[in-house]
Design a protein around this ligand. Sequence first.
Ligand SMILES: [Zn+2]
Length: 76
Amino acid sequence: MPTYEYHCKDCGYTFEINSSIAEKEKKEKEGSLACESCGSPKVEQLFGGFSIVSGEYLKSSGSSGGSCGCGGEGCC
Ligand SMILES: [Zn+2]
């Protein structure tokens, strides 16, 4: 059975769940995945690296835009 690693955005707790892919996807759809430490539903899956997390971070910081309104393209 595969293991999935999750990280809680609220308290920073990292935990693993063991379940089938179908069960995991069902839980994600239902939104019933929650942090084992604080119970927050704001959990993100870790994929054995930080490329996904850093990609998300870059995307979110780009959408907020730079101070000049360039959208974070690097002119400022
Ligand atoms: Zn938590």
